[in-house]
Ligand binder design. Structure first.
Ligand SMILES: Cc1cc2nc3c(=O)[nH]c(=O)nc-3n(C[C@H](O)[C@H](O)[C@H](O)COP(=O)(O)OP(=O)(O)OC[C@H]3O[C@@H](n4cnc5c(N)ncnc54)[C@H](O)[C@@H]3O)c2cc1C
Length: 318
């Protein structure tokens, strides 16, 4: 049994799905101890316990919210010592990849980021990483302890594994030096009312074929309760924000249903969505490469097909 520390990600106390996935991996190694940072950290305990966290350590020093990542790195380094953790896992978010990198340097640990699989047992950790747009799978292992690994969203399905989940305020000291790089202003992303892209069960994505008009894509997304995604051409053209990009240099999604409208299916796009359970393609060119991975393909103009699909769903829903 290995002591595993899981660095969690939450938004105002609401635990993200990638965190629950990482807990599921952690439960395969031993009893996961979760660390939650900042305002709302204590609200995460119940949800984390449902997915296997035996203990929830909260770090609520104001520095973890008001400074950049250094206070989190210091806190986790101390918690590794206190818990004897042999493995530190975190979802591979932009911020937690940075925390993981700095942590590994600080404690002289082996680091692997953006893993899509983590296996091993006492004294050894192996990972898989999907690279070159999913063309290659690299297996790597971390020598020595502890190992620090971040895991890409949707790498595993989160599975409930109820645990006690006691909550404790972590006993850590944040140095003055760690507080020096302060956040002077931050603005929350305007709420779209749609589910988060990486967590949505259905994603409707638009590409170059939209010619910049995403209204038909958004219309179908809204009747389906889906998230909206976009190809890189669409975001580079300024038609949709970069945070909605799906693909190698965007987000990885693996929903039950992925609808690609006006997207050709470049390898870099497919890298971010090809593990979707069902793929529906709407494209006016029957030769478009994306049809090769479609479960259902419709050759047609998305500005005609999507509104028809939207009306049909509305009709079925009554
Ligand atoms: C290093 C690197 C990283 C990259 N990362 C990403 C990434 O993360 N995500 C990503 O998406 N791309 C990425 N790309 C870009 C990628 O190579 C493609 O250029 C991009 O995915 C193409 O976007 P698209 O399919 O929207 O556009 P296009 O390739 O131009 O395809 C548009 C499609 O729309 C169809 N179409 C046109 N009009 C209509 C209509 N009215 N109705 C229906 N269909 C229509 C066309 O037939 C065509 O198939 C990356 C490239 C590189 C080099």
């Amino acid at each position: 049994m290995t002591n595993v520390l899981v660095i969690t990600d939450h938004i105002a106390g609401e635990v993200t799905k990638p965190t629950l996935e990482v807990l599921t991996i952690a439960a395969g190694f031993g009893d996961p101890i979760a660390v939650a940072f900042g305002a709302g950290a204590e609200l995460t305990a119940t949800r984390l316990a449902v997915y296997g966290a035996t203990k929830n350590l909260t770090v609520t020093d104001e520095a973890v919210d008001s400074a950049l990542v250094a206070p989190k790195v210091e806190a986790v380094a101390q918690l590794i010592e206190q818990t004897g953790a042999a493995l530190v896992l975190a979802p591979a978010t932009l911020e937690l990849n940075e925390v993981a990198g700095r942590l590994a340097v600080r404690i002289n640990a082996g680091l692997i980021t953006n893993a899509v699989g983590v296996t091993g047992g006492e004294g050894s950790v192996s990972t898989e990483q999907s690279v070159f747009a999913g063309d290659w799978t690299v297996t790597a292992s971390v020598g020595g302890q502890p190992a620090v690994v971040t895991v890409k969203p949707n790498s595993v399905a989160a599975q409930a594994a109820p645990a006690d989940g006691t909550v404790e305020a972590a006993q850590v000291t944040i140095s003055e030096g760690a507080k020096r790089a302060r956040i002077t202003k931050s603005e929350p992303k305007a709420a779209s009312g749609r589910p988060e892209l990486t967590e949505a069960r259905i994603v409707v994505s638009g590409g170059n074929g939209t010619k910049g008009d995403f209204s038909a894509v958004e219309g179908l997304a809204d009747v389906l309760g889906a998230a909206v995604g976009a190809s890189r051409v669409a975001v580079d053209s300024g038609w949709y924000p970069h945070s909605y990009q799906v693909g190698q240099t965007g987000k990885t999604v693996s929903p039950q249903l992925y609808i690609a409208a006006g997207i050709s299916g470049a390898i870099q796009h497919r890298a971010g969505m090809q593990t979707s359970k069902n793929i529906v393609v709407i494209n006016s060119d029957e030769e478009a490469p994306i049809f090769a991975i479609a479960d259902l393909g419709i050759v047609g103009d998305l500005h005609e097909v999507l509104p028809q699909a939207t009306d049909k769903v509305k009709q079925i829903k009554g």
